[in-house]
Ligand binder design. Structure first.
Ligand SMILES: Cc1cc2nc3c(=O)[nH]c(=O)nc-3n(C[C@H](O)[C@H](O)[C@H](O)COP(=O)(O)OP(=O)(O)OC[C@H]3O[C@@H](n4cnc5c(N)ncnc54)[C@H](O)[C@@H]3O)c2cc1C
Ligand SMILES: NC(=O)c1ccc[n+]([C@@H]2O[C@H](COP(=O)([O-])OP(=O)(O)OC[C@H]3O[C@@H](n4cnc5c(N)ncnc54)[C@H](O)[C@@H]3O)[C@@H](O)[C@H]2O)c1
Length: 453
């Protein structure tokens, strides 16, 4: 029997963005239904950011311990994956149980509906045999799923995605990673540091191909130092699985490994969401939104499906704007000029705003600079593990930074000051006359500003 329910707002997908929108609107007194097909909290806490960063914390401890003999004295560590797997089960995911998150939403007054939501026209969502009519509107926050490339044979093999990795209780002896983006490089380093033999296969000419070339080079150097084989500009032609092992056929060679991780990006399946019923293109890569996150009349979209950067902080930022818009509260529109991102390799590779290449493609007159951390006092003091650099991109006509990359130990933390500079358009001349603490990594900003040319 088809049941019809009238509510104020329906939020489809309760990842970081959707959960925030649903909870905030419910707290504000609206009648909110949150629809979730899997776990309240989404990809980030259960299969993404949080478990992967727990792995990275452990892997970095292994690496730091290995650096100790040179600087401090004998130290040994016997990497034990079971501690990582246990911590992910107990502390991060509650064994992939979302009861706490579900109760948190309900405590705020939201109603949780489990199932697959689908648009069925303006302000209307169906979940199974129930139809929800949303007086104010619908918020789409359904994220994405792994994009599996059409490589011959691949679909027939038991390849891993990020989900299998986060649940792995045991480490394979060897791993091939298809894709050298954020997922690929972070996890390749983790596995190598725990003693797994890892090969990364990246189709583009360098790792982290969306970032500065120097970032990709540094990531490759770091991975190779950890024993990872890094192949760039290489495409998989065929994948086989026999005798409990994978064969990845690349030009003239077969890469054999116990496991294969596919980390070749993510996509939003808009066709499955019924977006055509509100006049949107189901074949599009993302839902286009305006500055208030509106996608159509009575429809908002937040998070990965908007295609503005697949990061939890983007989803949360857009969620805040959406909540303000629905509640009729004032506030600035979405602005992605100072979009920050951090790849949590060791060294961390962090960036904000545009790369040099993106700035040139926009026809801007720019000045750039690059300073190696090894030439800074702190980089030299740090010694092993202190590799990194700062790269700045200045809009020469306006005299403000429009892009920066900070790679090195705590590169993501160091990014903060540069993030403020890009976001607030602090004149470079003012930044040049600031006092930079000695001897920090961020003090390298001073010579980098002086070197802009
Ligand atoms: C391995 C890995 C590591 C990552 N690390 C980081 C990091 O360190 N920092 C960072 O900022 N980002 C990181 N990310 C990216 C981050 O996880 C995503 O950008 C973020 O989770 C996107 O949030 P979202 O709000 O779009 O929703 P998602 O987290 O994608 O969740 C969407 C939810 O919608 C549900 N859903 C989908 N379709 C429907 C439907 N039809 N009906 C009902 N429910 C539906 C899904 O079940 C899911 O729960 C990482 C990603 C991965 C894979
Ligand atoms: N630290 C973080 O913030 C973090 C960490 C992990 C993931 N994420 C987000 O999750 C999303 C997914 O990450 P991802 O690494 O899967 O995607 P990605 O788009 O960042 O990287 C995918 C890589 O795979 C390569 N590739 C695609 N097809 C290939 C093929 N057939 N053979 C070889 N290489 C191929 C691409 O050239 C690209 O370099 C990203 O958008 C990222 O923003 C963020």
């Amino acid at each position: 029997m088809n049941e019809q329910v009238d509510v104020d707002v329906v939020v489809v997908g309760l990842g970081p963005g959707g959960e925030y929108v649903a909870g905030s609107l419910a707290e504000a007194g609206l009648d909110v239904v949150g629809v979730e097909a899997e776990l309240v909290g989404g990809e980030c806490p259960y299969w993404g950011c949080v478990p992967s960063k727990m792995m990275i914390r452990a892997a970095n401890l292994v690496a730091e311990t290995c650096r100790a003999p040179a600087l401090a004295g004998p130290a040994t560590v016997r990497p034990d994956w079971s501690r990582v797997a246990d911590r992910i089960r107990r502390e991060a995911t509650d064994d992939w149980n979302d009861q706490v998150a579900a109760e948190r939403l309900e405590a705020k007054g939201g109603r949780l509906v489990r199932g697959i939501g689908r648009l069925a026209g303006e302000r209307r969502v169906t979940v199974g045999d129930r139809t929800f009519e949303a007086r104010r509107g619908v918020v789409l926050a359904t994220g994405g799923r792994p994009r599996i490339p059409p490589v011959e044979g691949l679909a027939q093999t038991p390849y891993w995605t990020n989900r299998d990795v986060m649940a792995a209780k045991e480490l394979p002896g060897s791993l091939t990673v298809l894709g050298g983006g954020a997922v690929g490089v972070e996890l390749a380093q983790v596995f190598a540091r725990f003693g797994c033999r890892v090969t990364v296969v990246e189709g583009q000419d360098r790792l982290l191909s969306q970032e500065e070339p120097e970032a990709g080079e540094l990531a490759a150097d770091a991975l190779r130092a950890d024993g990872v084989t890094v192949l760039t500009g290489v495409r998989a032609r065929q994948v086989t699985y026999e005798g409990g092992g994978f064969g990845v056929h690349v030009d003239g060679e077969v890469l054999r490994a116990e496991r294969l991780l596919v980390a070749t990006g993510r996509y939003a399946d808009l066709g499955a969401l019924g977006v055509e019923t509100v006049g949107l293109d189901p074949a599009a890569r993302a839902v286009p939104t305006d500055g208030r996150m509106r996608a159509a009349d009575g429809l908002w979209a937040v998070g990965d499906i908007t295609g503005r950067g697949a990061f939890t902080h983007v989803s949360m930022y857009q969620a805040q704007i959406t909540v303000r818009d629905i509640l009729g509260q004032p506030g600035p529109e979405a602005d992605y000029r100072a979009l920050p991102r951090v790849t949590f390799t060791d060294p961390e590779i962090a960036a904000v705003g545009v790369t040099e290449r993106q700035a040139r493609e926009r026809g801007l007159r720019i000045r750039t600079s690059l300073v190696r951390l090894s030439s800074s006092t702190r980089g030299w003091i740090h010694g092993p593990g202190g590799e990194g650099f700062l790269k700045l991109v200045e809009d020469a006509d306006r005299g403000v930074l429009i892009g920066a990359t900070s790679a090195g130990p705590a590169g993501g933390e160091l990014l903060y000051g540069l993030n403020v500079a890009v976001h607030a358009e602090v004149p470079v001349d003012r930044l040049r006359h600031m006092i930079y603490t000695y001897p920090t990594f961020h003090r390298a900003v001073e010579p980098a500003l002086a070197a802009l040319a």
